[in-house]
Design a binder for this molecule. Sequence first.
Ligand code: ATP
Ligand code: MG
Length: 181
Amino acid sequence: MTETTSGKLLDPLRLFFALWPDDATRTTLNHTGKWLHKHWDGRRMRADTLHLTLAFLGRTPVAQLDALTASVDAIEAQALELTLDQPGHWQHNRVGWLGPSQPPPQLGELVSALNAAIQQSGIAFDARPHVPHVTLLRNAAGGGLPACQPVAWSVRDFVLVSSRIEEDGANYDVIRRWSLT
Ligand code: ATP
Ligand code: MG
C-alpha cells in the first residue's frame, strides 16, 4: 500500500507500468540528462525517478489491484536489449527525453501484453500509441544537438509503480516487479 509523506493511505492509486533502470543504467541516464541540460536547459529529473513508461493506468481503485496483478502474472515476455540513442523534444509540454531510434520488437510485444492484461482485469483504460522514452528534462528549450552517446540498457524485468503527486513533484513507489524470461 502506498502512503503519502503524511502517512495517509491512498485510494485510488495513480498507477503505471514501467521499465526501471538498474543502478548502473540509472547513473548513465543521469549523465545523459546532465549533458542534455547543458544544451536545452530546463529542469533535470531526479536520478532516482528516471524510468521508461510502458502503460499508464491513472487512478485505479486499490480493490482492482489483485485482478490486475493476476492478469500480469500470466504474461510471458522476453528480456530485451535497449539502445537509447535518440534525444527528443516535445514542443507541447517542453519535455526533453531519450529514446531508442530502433525499439526492439520485444518492447512492443511487452506493451501490447500489458495493455491486454489491463483490459482483461476490467480496469477502464485508454491506451495511447506508445512512444518509448525516458524523460530527462522538463521545461526544456529543445534545438540542435551534437551527437549523443547511446545508453545501452539490458532489460530483465518490469515494474508496477504508484505515483504520488506532491508539492515537490511526482514521487514514485515501485509496488511490484515481474521478471522477463
Ligand atoms: P508530473 O505529472 O508531476 O509532472 P509525472 O508526469 O512524472 O509528474 P505522472 O503524471 O504520475 O508523473 O506520470 C507517471 C508516468 O506516466 C510518467 O512517465 C508520465 O510521462 C506517464 N504518463 C502520465 N500520463 C500519461 C498518459 N495519459 N499516457 C501515457 N503516459 C502517461
Ligand atoms: Mg504527469
